[in-house]
Structures are given as structure tokens and as C-alpha cells.
Design a protein around this ligand. Structure first.
Ligand code: NAD
Length: 478
């Protein structure tokens, strides 16, 4: 059996067990075997982490930027160096193909490098004022951050928050997913081994609701940063509001793809299918509602089915695999439920539609046509490898359907017309729009949602906005 590391909490610069030694099992989604355990923090452990973050912030804010930069660059180098091992652990506990897992680790090192350099330019300004008065605007780190991240990008997800926060001069207590804990621990080890001072970064796991309640309520915490589902985001935003703390909310969506009458249906299908089944559809920006002009519908559907049937489903450790299992039983149940509901309402399964006869949380990549607009899958984010294709005749109608949900994270459009592309750009209600491709996020540019998909941005210079506060200083010279 492939080895799986022992996972521990990282608090105040030390790796340790939970105070009660209570643990939860970690399961390999490709085999359903328990491969290890994750320690569950006690209230006392969490209080230690908060106190460590309080002290860590004092240390880190007083550390010269050049020194901070050097330490963080060293952490980025370690992430790059350890990417193959981080990837292996990620595949074991999260299921994604090894090549994608290693790629995620390598990319996240670059995300860190980008944020380090960006934070060095967190300029304030001076403003012309009265003689003898220096009027300035300064940007300061907000303070200790409580962060909560899910399992779908086990290294990229945590590192988006860690890299922006630490580059800005903040400290952090992060609760990573209990389902992919060893990857988060391997990431944190890169920072620790790079010489990060004790307490600047603290890693905990536990009962999610108990951990978030305690960390958010603590006076030590100055910012709440969450990535995950809309319902949980609302709970955490409400808890942050109770104590008047700002929050960064990166929540789910249900991304529409509008394929206009003048698009190339085969090329659009090829690109959309690749994005749809990346990470088995478990991506917050995954294209998930395919609205295709009726004149292209059949060609698009045929090309989409062809691309789907080329996917090799299997254990992520097998080099032939291009799509792994779902990460947990919840997603598998959702895939089965949404498919059954669509079929009950008249949808046709063009390919897939079932759980293969093998161990593991596998679900075949699935294409559905004739999907009625009131099927659950048209309004509920699948977070699974399901592609419902729906025809439209009129762009107004497609835009109405696309904007009809309370979410607004990603959206996609395919068209040869610059005018139509501009119309889609102006009218689609989303924080992230891609025209003529379904490429993923980049660290140079902001990602985030509108409507119930959340607020605040990660990536790009905007990422720093959440982690810095603006202070006006009017200094009258004596
Ligand atoms: P979920 O709502 O049960 O949990 C989402 C994440 O939030 C998990 O990591 C979980 O540990 C954490 N969480 C749950 N309750 C919490 C609490 N009270 N305090 C702090 N953290 C808490 O959903 P799930 O089944 O794990 O994932 C499926 C759904 O989550 C999807 O439908 C998708 O919308 C969303 N999701 C979104 C993203 C994203 O990148 N925006 C990532 C993963 C999951």
C-alpha cells in the first residue's frame, strides 16, 4: 500500500496532536479504504492557535519586508521542489489524476511568488494639504486571519489565502479540509521549513462548525476568509457580521455556457468538455449549464459526447487516468440524484449517467440532452461530472436563463461576433467571464463572484484589498 503521512496540527511553530488525541478517518476516494487519520482540535487547541496567531502577527508585521520576502520565496522554492510528493498525497486523499495534482502544486508556488512581489508594491499616498501638515494614506495588514478552505484544490485553495495574507503581513489560523488534510500539512511544512517565524501560520482541523464558531468569535481574528458552498458561506458571513468583522467569501456558482449561432460548435464542445470534466467537475467555476443555439445543438452535443467518451476514468495514480473519482460520497450521491431527477423529467442520457461497477466514488462523465429547464440540475450546482445541454433560439432568452439563478461566479460565451461578445460581457451576471474558451483562473487577475456567489476577490492586485486596511494619517508638524 502506498504510504500516507501522519497528519498533525501546526500551532505556534510546532507540529502536535489534538489535546484529546481525537481523530477522524481519511479515505482514499479511489478505493474507499481508510488511509490515515486527521487530528480534531479541541477548544483549547484553537485558543492556542489564536494566541499563536496574535503573537505571530506582532512578529511578522515587525519583520522587514525584505526578510519576509526572502522567507516566502524560500517557501515557494520548497513547494516547487516538493510538488511531486505533495501531488502524490493529494491524489491519495483527493482522487485527482497525479499529473493534475503535481501541476496544481507547481502552479501554487507561482501564485505565492506573484503575491510576494505584488505586496511589495502595496503603496500608500501623500495628499497635498495645509502647510505644515503631512496628509497620508497608509495600507496596513489587517491582522490575524481565520481561513476555511475545502477539498477540491487541496493545495491551491489553502495557498491562495495563505500567500495573499502572509505577503500582506498578516498571520493566519487556517482550517483546511478534514478530507484532504495531509496535502494542507505538506504545504504548511514548506512555510515552516522556509523559516517562517512561529505563530505566523497555524493549521488546524476539527468539527467545522465548532472550529469556525470559535475562531470567528475570537477578538484575535480580524478577517474571516472562506471558500466553499453558498449555505456555509452565509452562516460564516452571518457569524462574522455579529462581531462586525469583514469577510472574504468565495462561494459556489452554476456557470452558464452560451454557444451562439455564429460559434464553431465542434471547437466550443471540445473546449467546454475539457473544462467540464476537469477535476471531475468539482470546481466552483466549472461550466455546468450548456445553452446552445438550436441550429448548432445537434453538432455541439455529438462533439461533446465524443470528447466525453475519450475520457479515461480511473485511480489518479494510474498514468492513463484523465478523470479520477469524486472526492467523497456526498458528491457521488448528488451526481446520482441530479441525473435521476433529469431523466425522470424527460432528459436523455447521451453517455455516462451511472456509477461504474467498481469500488471508489466514481461516476461516469455524463452528457444529458432534452433536459427540461425545471430539472434540478438546471438550478442546483452539480459539482460533479454532469453536462446538461439545452437549446435556445433567441439570445435574450439564453441571457435570461443564464442570469436567472441567485449565483454569479463564472460564465462562458462562444461567438465569432465582437458585438455579441461585448453584449455577453456586459449582460452576463458573473464575476469571471471567458469568451471563446473555458480556461481556468490565473493569479495575475481577480477571481470572485457576484450575487450569492460571494464577495471579495482572490488573485490579482485586488487580492490584497481584503488583507490590508486603509489608514488616513494627518500629521501636523509641531
Ligand atoms: P459543504 O457545504 O458541506 O462544505 C463545504 C466546505 O465548507 C467543506 O470544506 C466543509 O468542511 C466546510 N464547512 C462546512 N461547514 C462549515 C462550517 N460551519 N464552518 C466552517 N467550514 C465549514 O459542501 P461539500 O459537500 O463539502 O461541497 C459541496 C459544495 O460545496 C458544492 O456544491 C460547492 O458549491 C461547494 N464548494 C465550493 C467550492 C468553491 O471553490 N467555491 C469548493 C468546494 C465546495
Amino acid at each position: 500500500m502506498t504510504s500516507y503521512p501522519r497528519v498533525r496540527l501546526y500551532i505556534g511553530g510546532e507540529w502536535r496532536e489534538s489535546g484529546t488525541e481525537e481523530t477522524a478517518p481519511v479515505v482514499n476516494p479511489a478505493t474507499e479504504e481508510t488511509i490515515g487519520t486527521v487530528p480534531l482540535a479541541t477548544p483549547a487547541d484553537l485558543d492556542d492557535a489564536l494566541e499563536a496567531a496574535r503573537r505571530g502577527f506582532e512578529t511578522w508585521r515587525a519583520t522587514p519586508v525584505a526578510t519576509r520576502t526572502e522567507i516566502l520565496h524560500r517557501a515557494a522554492d520548497l513547494i516547487t521542489e516538493r510538488a511531486p510528493e505533495i501531488g502524490r498525497v493529494m491524489t491519495l486523499e483527493g482522487g485527482k489524476p497525479l499529473k493534475e495534482a503535481i501541476g496544481e502544486a507547481r502552479r501554487t508556488a507561482d501564485t505565492l511568488r506573484w503575491h510576494i512581489e505584488d505586496a511589495r508594491r502595496a503603496y500608500g499616498r501623500t495628499i497635498p494639504s495645509a502647510p505644515g501638515t503631512i496628509l497620508s494614506v497608509r495600507r496596513e495588514p489587517i491582522g490575524p486571519v481565520a481561513a476555511f478552505v475545502p477539498w477540491n484544490f487541496p493545495v491551491g485553495g489553502p495557498n491562495r489565502k495563505i500567500s495573499s495574507a502572509l505577503a500582506a503581513g498578516c498571520s493566519m489560523v487556517i482550517k483546511a479540509s478534514e478530507e484532504t488534510p495531509a496535502t494542507a500539512a505538506a504545504l504548511v511544512a514548506c512555510y515552516a521549513d522556509a523559516g517562517l517565524p512561529a505563530g505566523v501560520l497555524n493549521l488546524v482541523f476539527g468539527e467545522p462548525a465548532d472550529v469556525s464558531a470559535r475562531l470567528i468569535a475570537s477578538p484575535v481574528t480580524r478577517l474571516v476568509a472562506f471558500t466553499g458552498s453558498v449555505p456555509v458561506g452565509k452562516l460564516l458571513a452571518a457569524a462574522a457580521g455579529q462581531v462586525m468583522k469583514p469577510a472574504l467569501m468565495e462561494l459556489g456558482g452554476h456557470a452558464p455556457v452560451i454557444v451562439c449561432a455564429d460559434a464553431d460548435p465542434v471547437e466550443a464542445a471540445r473546449r467546454a468538455a475539457r473544462a467540464k470534466f476537469f477535476n471531475a467537475g468539482q470546481v466552483c467555476t466549472s461550466p455546468s449549464r450548456f445553452l446552445v443555439h438550436s441550429s448548432l445543438h445537434d453538432d455541439f452535443a455529438a462533439a461533446f459526447v465524443k470528447a466525453t467518451e475519450e475520457i479515461v476514468v480511473g485511480d489518479g495514480l494510474d498514468p492513463a487516468t484523465t478523470m479520477g473519482p469524486l472526492a467523497n460520497e456526498r458528491r457521488l450521491a448528488a451526481a446520482e440524484r441530479l441525473t435521476a431527477d433529469a431523466v425522470r423529467r424527460g432528459a436523455t442520457v447521451r453517455t455516462g449517467g451511472l456509477r461504474p461497477d467498481r469500488a471508489g466514488y466514481f461516476f461516469a462523465p455524463t452528457v444529458l440532452t432534452d433536459v427540461p429547464r425545471d430539472a434540478q440540475i438546471m438550478s442546483e450546482e452539480p459539482f460533479a461530472p454532469l453536462a446538461p445541454i439545452v437549446p435556445f433560439d433567441d439570445l435574450d432568452d439564453a441571457l435570461t436563463v443564464a442570469n436567472s439563478l441567485p449565483f454569479g461566479l463564472a460564465a462562458y460565451g462562444f461567438t465569432e461576433s465582437a458585438a455579441t461578445a461585448e453584449r455577453l460581457s456586459a449582460e452576463l451576471e458573473a464575476g469571471i467571464l471567458s469568451i471563446n474558451h473555458c480556461g481556468g483562473s490565473v493569479h495575475e487577475a481577480p477571481s470572485g463572484g457576484v450575487k450569492e456567489s460571494g464577495y471579495g476577490r482572490e488573485g490579482g492586485p485586488e487580492a490584497l484589498d481584503s488583507y490590508l486596511v486603509t489608514k488616513r494619517v494627518a500629521h501636523r508638524l509641531s
